[in-house]
Design a protein around this ligand. Structure first.
Ligand code: 4AD
Ligand code: MG
Length: 479
């Protein structure tokens, strides 16, 4: 007998059809009503074990999180609150669960912090069920968006010799023996110069540079893979291992790049609105409940779904870094010295408090900031005619801050080489990158969307650790 998933079952009109379902017990009331969940949806089917039809031994073993196989018939429910009852003919316990010891059961309303401690079980809660179904839908939509546009999915390396961001926040890869026989330098320190079979390598911080190799031949590519940053920041928006989507497009300029990014973000939101309504409604309610604990002025003006609708119906605000500095410098917030980092003037790097002021207080919608001072951006960004700024863009989202970073790339060999020298980026090591500028160089542009930050934005989860199945942060890497 084939099993019906509960999500599909609940779509049926109950008329005494025979069905088989399998799942985990969420609750068991009055020795008669079992709420059964199988992960296909947060909804449960109400299984009715008619009184007198099952022996006490079996009933005793129907505990929270026990797994069951149930056969029976679906009929219109007599009770309120559900469409159908599944009247059980047979109940088989597939796996027993000791309710006294089951970690999720031990707490009445387990907090997200507690669930991070029992991370191996958090998939079994409604919140994480919804989050990870939405995460999956977003990942699928990423591929659909680019596939429909004719982009090639390029798999860029995870072990690489280049530091794509020139920021030095890399995890080194090593094949060195751990038994103390590793080569040492003169100071007795392990010689990390010779690590990956004699070469110095690290885990990738971004697939962009390799992506540019693909784009300057295939035209339009995207990457979607894990990236690693050894920044020791314990914030609600940083992970040591996160997933990034990086499209790279030949012949695009900065404006095309911003258009693509905005269309992409809209598409992802629309996809989830169309396909994951149930889970979004659940997450919206969860967020509303969470915000009830906050003081009035810290709560969001819009609910989760209204926020997503608002973003879909409004263009992102576009302005330059220079305009943003003006707004920030003249803001009452700055005059009243409410920024931890006061606005010192043109050239300063924006802190997340400044970005959040712009999106949450000033514009109240996503913002695309462009044309940053060259000193605070990466070497590969195209130098503007003013000689002071580069064709960079960051997209800032309410509640998140920076969600996208990108730019038009410097396609002129002489300008690029000079910038690399100025910024201390090794010109010889990146000979293969510079070759794209030597042989048929073209204007091109791309960006990186932080996948977890996007999942946070869509699900309304406040902490980035709660949108990735197995968070890697300075404190957590247990399994
Ligand atoms: O701004 P970033 O560093 O840009 C790049 O890596 C470029 N090479 C992208 C490109 O042009 N192809 O990172 C891009 C995005 C950020 O906007 C942010 O959303 C996310 O990646 N991100 C992180 N997400 C989680 N944890 C971290 N530690 C992150 N660092 C960056
Ligand atoms: Mg960035």
């Amino acid at each position: 007998n084939k099993r019906t998933k509960i999500k599909d079952l609940l779509q049926l009109e109950p008329a005494s059809q025979e069905v088989v379902v399998m799942g985990w017990v969420r609750s068991f009331r009055n020795n008669q009503f079992i709420a059964l969940n199988d992960g296909s949806t947060n909804d449960t089917v109400q299984v009715v074990a008619t009184l007198g039809s099952f022996n006490d031994d079996l009933l005793k073993r129907i505990t929270t999180s026990a797994s069951l196989k149930v056969t029976g018939k679906i009929i219109p429910s007599l009770g309120k609150g559900q469409k159908m009852d599944l009247v059980a003919d047979t109940i088989e316990i597939l796996g027993h669960s000791d309710a006294e010891k089951y970690p999720i059961q031990l707490r009445n309303k387990p907090t997200l912090e507690y669930l991070r401690e029992v991370a191996h079980f958090r998939f079994r809660t409604n919140t994480f069920g919804a989050v990870f179904r939405v995460r999956h839908a977003l990942a699928f939509a990423v591929h659909k968006f680019f596939n429909d546009k004719g982009f090639v999915y390029l798999h860029t390396p995870i072990i690489t010799a280049s530091d794509a961001e020139g920021a030095g926040e890399m995890f080194r890869v090593t094949t060195l023996p751990v038994d103390g026989t590793a080569p040492k330098d003169v100071d007795g320190q392990i010689d990390f110069k010779e690590d990956f079979f004699g070469r110095s390598t690290n885990l990738t911080v971004s697939g962009q540079l390799e992506g540019e190799l693909g784009a300057t031949a295939l035209g339009e590519i995207y990457t979607f893979g894990p990236t690693f940053r050894a920044e020791n920041s314990n914030t609600a928006r940083h992970l040591a291992e996160f997933w990034m989507i990086e499209p790279e497009v030949a012949f695009n300029d900065l404006e095309d790049n911003a258009n693509l990014a905005e269309e992409f973000i809209h598409y992802l939101i629309q996809y989830v609105m169309d396909n994951n309504r149930n889970d979004l409604e659940f997450l919206a309610q969860r967020l509303a409940d969470e915000e009830k604990q906050l003081p009035q002025d810290k709560r969001s003006e819009l609910g989760l779904i209204e926020k997503l609708e608002f973003v879909l119906n409004n263009k992102f605000e576009r302005l330059t870094y220079t305009e943003a500095i003006d707004i920030l410098a003249n803001s009452n917030h700055n005059k009243k010295k409410k920024f931890q980092f006061p606005i010192t003037g043109w050239g300063m790097d924006l802190q997340s408090e400044h970005e959040r002021y712009l999106v949450e207080k000033h514009f109240k919608k996503p913002v695309i900031l462009t044309d940053y001072p060259k000193e605070i951006k990466s070497f590969y960004m195209r130098l503007n005619d003013d000689g002071k700024t580069v064709a960079a863009m960051d997209i800032l989202a309410p509640g998140i801050g920076e969600i996208v970073g990108g730019s038009q790339r410097e396609e002129r060999l002489d300008v690029l080489t000079e910038r690399m020298q100025q910024m201390g980026v090794p010109v010889d090591e990146l000979w293969w990158y510079l070759d794209t500028r030597r042989f048929g160089t073209v204007p091109h542009a791309g960006f990186g969307l932080g996948f977890e930050r996007m999942v946070q934005f869509v699900t309304g989860m406040t902490n980035i650790r709660d949108v990735i199945p197995f968070p890697r942060t300075p404190k957590s890497a247990e399994f």
